[in-house]
Design a protein around this ligand. Structure first.
Ligand SMILES: C[S@@+](CC[C@H](N)C(=O)[O-])C[C@H]1O[C@@H](n2cnc3c(N)ncnc32)[C@H](O)[C@@H]1O
Length: 311
């Protein structure tokens, strides 16, 4: 896809109905030859809409007016470019635990959780959050994660977690103001509820910090998995991570994770992690596929706000 197509697709499939600001802005960038030329001089992974919008916001730029966004980005291009080249989208969305919960709760307990691509590790606390699937509430505490679920009997309990560890190329620290301000900038402009839950989930993590290891999901997974307690079910999981991993390394990761004991949960876009025999998605919006040990179970919206179970 061209960069213009990437921005138009982001507006149509990711931002539409979720962030009117980013929907408008992504279509504006798709039509902006000057910005497209600047972006096209960067490596493809650094042209991503969410990364550009987050960097501009992090630098104090405007995103609600296309002309103001253009002027700020062009005028401050050296600074914008430097941040694009050094930063990555590390959005840590605890809301995705609402998608993982039905699978986690059904596995043999207790669990040893190992998340690859963990960012600040906020998805490592599925047992500490509360959930609302329509009228059905599970768990207690904050944040309360809302998920519009269909085709699913919601779980009646949260899992029992005895060990939690995360692996990331660049682990973030939910107690560090600089890291939290970047995580905040990654949240889409209108999403006050996601900002509130970032803070609530970061407080949960700060009270009982996870083991977060700097490393690669292929090279460093076996050593970290070997540290899990043997008397718990090891669950290796990842949500919205593999799109950042080159395809040959994705394949190596899948081979490796299948050889480990325990279970593997993936929540990734179907273009990124392919599955045979998927039913049609519920609509044209971008969905991840939730899968257990390679078996697809559900379509899930990107921030965990909805899931359509078919498994
Ligand atoms: C979009 S974030 C998702 C974070 C978290 N899984 C969530 O759903 O909230 C993707 C994370 O994967 C990490 N990542 C990308 N490639 C990786 C690799 N090869 N090994 C380990 N982590 C990686 C990034 O640093 C980033 O923190």
């Amino acid at each position: 896809m061209t960069t213009a197509e990437v921005y138009a697709e982001f507006g149509r499939r990711e931002a539409r109905g979720v962030s009117p600001t980013y929907e408008r802005l992504s279509h504006a960038v798709a039509d902006d030859d000057a910005l497209l030329a600047l972006l096209d001089a960067l490596p493809p992974a650094k042209r991503q809409p969410n990364l550009l919008f987050s960097v501009v916001r992090w630098l104090g730029g405007p995103v609600d007016d296309r002309a103001a966004f253009h002027d700020f980005t062009v005028t401050h291009w050296p600074a914008v470019k430097a941040e694009l080249l050094t930063r990555a989208t590390q959005t840590n969305e605890s809301g995705r635990c609402a998608v993982l919960l039905p699978v986690l709760a059904a596995l043999p307990q207790p669990l040893a959780l190992l998340e690859v691509g963990a960012s600040a590790g906020l998805c490592l606390y599925p047992d500490r959050y509360a959930y609302r699937y329509g009228k059905h509430q599970v768990g207690s505490g904050e944040p309360v994660l809302e998920c519009a679920a269909s085709g699913l009997v919601p779980p009646t309990r949260v899992p029992q977690v005895v060990w939690r560890a995360g692996l990331d190329l660049n682990p973030l620290d939910g107690t560090d103001p600089g890291d939290v301000s970047w995580l905040d900038a990654l949240i889409w402009p209108e999403h006050a509820h996601r900002r509130a839950r970032l803070r609530a989930a970061a407080a949960v993590a700060a009270a009982d910090p996870p083991l977060l290891v700097r490393g690669d999901l292929v090279d460093d997974l076996p050593a970290l998995a070997a540290r899990a307690p043997a008397d718990a079910t090891l669950v290796v999981f990842h949500t919205s991570v593999l799109y950042q991993v080159p395809p040959p390394r994705r394949e190596e990761f899948v081979r490796l994770v299948r050889e480990l004991p325990g279970h593997w949960i993936a929540n990734e876009a179907p273009e990124v992690l392919r599955h045979d025999g998927l039913p049609d998605p519920p609509d044209d919006a971008m969905h991840n596929v939730l899968a257990l040990d390679g078996r697809p179970l559900a379509w899930a919206r990107g921030h965990g706000q909805a899931m359509t179970w078919f498994g």
